[in-house]
Design a protein around this ligand. Structure first.
Ligand code: URA
Length: 440
């Protein structure tokens, strides 16, 4: 800080407010100052709101990303001499692809350093899903994380305080100042954590639709482009897959239920949308890892790894290495559910035309799958099993979905919400495109 020219925080806020770009040094002054207390919360809040309205150039976004990485450690995986590819999803409902992709891609000799998060808003989190396997330890030290990537080619862990602490502090402020939904801030937040973990390339699954975390059609596309350009600028390979998140992915929503459905898929069951999305994302990861000539060939390799059950064996290996009970996992056909169940039936005959993913996600939180407050406990066996998906024909009285929870009150709240999530029409709706676009 001492060798920086004297700067004035309010002048820098004004500069952004007036739609001018900040230099790297000016951004450094703000971020360093925010971390050491010289820039106050109210000043950073004003700056973030100015960014929300005025945006940031690619240059500013990249500089902010680097500053946030440099606030913590950068993992050096250069000693691990295989390609290292990770996937990031902007978050969805019923999206359990990380659980399948990590072992699947690792089977191809590509290391997967996967740092995941917890549930956010109406969307679930990979860590909560993994912790539904008794004993599974997601709290790995950096040494344990690197060690597992070296020995097993994959590790599934939670964000530690070592990575991008500036992002943690800024994110908490954004969360309470209505500045989360801002493309350059989201980009630098995601990329600072991804780049710190030391992978060579990234596949981004950017969700479009009411179950995703960004509204509209254009914002997700813009985010996908920014994630790719920031990755490239950092010397990393990147592909973004734009995918439909209007209805939940697969048929199961809930922490253990999603582990169960992942194991089901890896054991050879056909779950069409989950299968297609997993194969596409794995194909992109395999291609980025240099093990196929294009995404389509990578997809074929991925499918064969699912079919010959090597992905399942690798998943069992990860569970054992991260202290999870493999017996509990292997016993998945003996269905494990919360204490009480309730079925929601179709009120009329016709075709399911809407299964609103955001509302179903919120209902799953009512059931105990997520937290309303940080201190809330999660019920690992709670959740929802869909008996129908958009486009399916139902008769009045047919089951549309089943809910599981530990108390009738939880079922009551979820049932009230779910009533607004299901629409049945007389005409068959047009089929939805799951993979909307691939940007590379
Ligand atoms: N996820 C992140 O990590 N950061 C954001 O800003 C939004 C989603």
């Amino acid at each position: 800080m001492h060798n920086l020219p004297r700067m004035n925080t309010s002048e820098l806020i004004k500069k952004k407010r007036n739609n001018l770009s900040l230099t790297g040094e000016e951004l450094k002054f703000l971020i360093d100052g925010y971390l050491n207390g010289e820039v106050a919360d109210y000043q950073m809040s004003a700056f973030l709101m100015a960014v929300y309205f005025r945006g940031m150039t690619d240059d500013e976004t990249f500089r902010l990303t680097e500053l946030m990485i440099d606030s913590g450690v950068r993992l050096d995986l250069s000693g691990i001499r295989v390609p290292k590819i990770d996937k990031h999803s902007t978050g969805g409902v019923g999206d359990k692809t990380s659980l399948i992709l990590a072992p699947l891609v690792a089977c191809e000799g590509i290391a997967v350093p996967m740092i995941s998060g917890r549930g956010l808003g109406h969307t679930g989190g990979t860590l909560d899903k993994l912790e539904s396997i008794p004993g599974f330890d997601v709290n790995l030290s950096l040494k344990e994380f690197t060690g597992l990537i070296g020995s097993a080619g994959v590790a599934l862990a939670g964000q530690t305080k070592d990575f991008a602490p500036a992002d943690k502090k800024l994110y908490a402020l954004r969360d309470v100042t209505a500045t989360v939904e801002c493309i350059p801030l989201i980009t630098s937040s995601i990329m600072s954590k991804k780049l710190a973990e030391g992978a060579d390339g990234f596949v981004f699954d950017v969700k479009i639709g009411r179950g995703g975390n960004l509204p509209g059609q254009n914002e997700p596309v813009e985010l996908a482009k920014k994630l790719i350009s920031t990755s490239r600028r950092a010397g990393k390979k990147a592909i973004a897959v734009l995918t439909d998140m209007e209805q939940p992915l697969g048929r199961k929503i809930g922490n253990w239920l999603e582990v169960e459905e992942s194991v089901e898929l890896m054991s050879g069951s056909m779950i069409p949308d989950l299968f297609k999305l997993t194969a596409t994302l794995a194909g992109a990861m395999i291609f980025l890892g240099g093990k196929s000539s294009d995404i389509a060939e990578g997809e074929q390799i991925a499918v064969s790894r699912l079919m010959d059950k090597s992905a399942l064996r690798k998943f069992e290996e990860i569970v054992a290495l991260q202290k999870g009970e493999v017996g509990y996992l292997k016993d998945w056909t003996r269905l494990k559910r919360s204490r009480i169940a309730r079925t929601v039936f179709a009120g009329e005959s016709g075709f399911v035309s809407e299964l609103k993913a955001d509302i179903i996600g919120l209902a799953s939180i009512d059931l105990g799958c997520g937290r309303k407050k940080i201190s809330d406990d999660i019920d690992p066996l709670a959740g929802i099993v869909l008996h129908a998906k958009i486009g399916d024909e139902v008769k009045a009285g047919d089951p549309v979905l089943e809910m599981y929870a530990d108390t009738p009150e939880r079922l009551d709240s979820a049932e009230k919400r779910i009533a607004g999530a299901i629409c049945i029409s007389h005409n068959k709706p047009e089929s939805r495109k799951l993979i909307i676009d691939i940007l590379d």
